[in-house]
Write a protein that binds this ligand. Structure first.
Ligand code: PRP
Ligand code: URA
Length: 209
C-alpha cells in the first residue's frame, strides 16, 4: 500500500502477539507497548537527516554526525498515544511534545477533542503523530487536521495496528502523511473495533472500562 510502511521486525511481531492476547495483564500490555515503541521509533526515524559538528575525542579532532535541523515533535493522541510516547522519548530525549486529547463518541465514532497543546513553531519541525490504533481514522485525521491548522507541514503517523478501512480513509484525507504500523489487520467490526486487534488500547493500558 502506497505511503504505508509495515514494520515487520520479528521482535515487533512477537511482542504484538503477546499484546493481542486477552490474558495479558494491564502492566504487561503497558510494558510491551513501551518496548515496541523503541523498535517502531527506530524505523520511523531511520531516514532523519544528519549534519556534522566538530568535536574532540580523547585522541583527536573529528567531524562527527549529529541530527540536522530543529528538534522533532512527538504528538501523542491521548490517551493511548502516551504508551508509545514514553519509549520514543527514551530514544529522542530532546524531542518536543504535543498532546492532543481526543475520544471516540461511542455511537457516531466521531473524534471529540478535549485538549490541545503543542509547541508554537510546528512549521519548522518534523512532527511524528503517535497513536496505537488507526481504526476508522477519525481520530488520526482530526489530530492531523489540527496540527496542519497550526502550521505543521512535515508529518508522519506512527501506530501499532491499522485497519484497511482506516488506512484508505486516512491516506485519502492526508496523502502527504506517511503511515508506519506494526500490522494491518483484517477489518473493523460493527462497533469500529479492529479485528482481530488488541481491543480498546486505552482501556488495556490503564485498566479502565
Ligand atoms: C482509541 C485510540 C485512537 C482511536 C482510534 O482512542 O487510541 O485514538 O480510538 O479509533 P479511530 O481510528 O476510529 O478514531 P479512544 O477514543 O478509545 O480514546 P482513549 O485512548 O482515551 O481510550
Ligand atoms: N480504538 C481502540 O482502542 N481499539 C480499536 O480496535 C479501535 C479503536
Amino acid at each position: 500500500m502506497q505511503g504505508v510502511t509495515v514494520i515487520d521486525h520479528p521482535l515487533v511481531q512477537h511482542k504484538l502477539t503477546i499484546m493481542r492476547d486477552k490474558n495479558t495483564s494491564t502492566a504487561g500490555f503497558r510494558r510491551l507497548l513501551r518496548e515496541i515503541s523503541l523498535l517502531l521509533g527506530y524505523e520511523v526515524t531511520r531516514d532523519l537527516q544528519l549534519t556534522t559538528t566538530t568535536i574532540e575525542t580523547p585522541i583527536e579532532e573529528m567531524e562527527a554526525p549529529v541530527l540536522e535541523g530543529k528538534k522533532l515533535v512527538f504528538a501523542s493522541v491521548l490517551r493511548a498515544g502516551n504508551g508509545l510516547l514514553e519509549g520514543l522519548l527514551d530514544l529522542v530525549p530532546a524531542a518536543r511534545v504535543a498532546h492532543i486529547g481526543l475520544y471516540r463518541d461511542h455511537d457516531t465514532l466521531e473524534a471529540i477533542e478535549y485538549f490541545f497543546k503543542a509547541p508554537g513553531d510546528l512549521a519548522d519541525r518534523l512532527v511524528i503523530v503517535v497513536d496505537p490504533m488507526l481504526a476508522t481514522a477519525n481520530s488520526a485525521t482530526a489530530a492531523i487536521d489540527r496540527l496542519k491548522a497550526r502550521g505543521a507541514t512535515n508529518i508522519r503517523f506512527l501506530c501499532l495496528l491499522a485497519a484497511p478501512e482506516g488506512i484508505a480513509r486516512f491516506t485519502a484525507a492526508h496523502p502527504d502523511v506517511p503511515v508506519y504500523t506494526a500490522a494491518i489487520d483484517r477489518q473493523l467490526n460493527e462497533k469500529g473495533y479492529i479485528m482481530p486487534g488488541v481491543g480498546d488500547a486505552g482501556d488495556r493500558m490503564y485498566g479502565t472500562k
